[in-house]
Design a protein around this ligand. Structure first.
Ligand SMILES: Nc1ncnc2c1ncn2[C@@H]1O[C@H](COP(=O)(O)OP(=O)(O)OP(=O)(O)O)[C@@H](O)[C@H]1O
Ligand SMILES: [Mg+2]
Length: 102
């Protein structure tokens, strides 16, 4: 199951800071079907990228089946992806198509 706890994402810009995702806590159980909906710019892609192991949160934690996804260094995470671990596990949830629904 996925669990994110107080996960947020902020980007620095010349004009200041953009909050891509305000601190968010949620759990998605195995077999649960979840639709992420919201207006453009509300953080859907940001959230799904975090769950997919592709985007480290600025703050907070992301777990997949009890394993914290962003504890290691970038190199360690790249290695984990090379193993296909996080990616395959995320794909096995069959979210491939819904991830791209904009
Ligand atoms: N790499 C980035 N650098 C700077 N700002 C970003 C970056 N990615 C996203 N943002 C900003 O973060 C906010 C959330 O973006 P995100 O792409 O997650 O929204 P979205 O809900 O997927 O939007 P859409 O429906 O248009 O796909 C937006 O204000 C966006 O401009
Ligand atoms: Mg998007």
């Amino acid at each position: 199951m996925f669990r994110i706890e107080n996960a947020s994402k902020r980007y620095g810009h010349k004009e200041g800071e953009v909050v891509a995702l305000a601190p968010t806590t949620l759990e998605i159980g195995r077999g649960e079907f979840v639709a992420v909906v919201g207006p453009s710019g509300s953080g859907k892609t940001t959230l799904l990228s975090m769950l997919g192991g592709m985007l480290a949160p600025t703050s907070g934690k992301v777990w997949l089946d009890g394993q914290s996804l962003y504890d290691g260094t970038v190199a360690e995470r790249a290695w984990s992806r090379r193993d296909g671990d996080v990616f395959k596990r995320a794909r096995r949830l069959d979210w491939g198509d819904s991830l791209d629904v904009e």
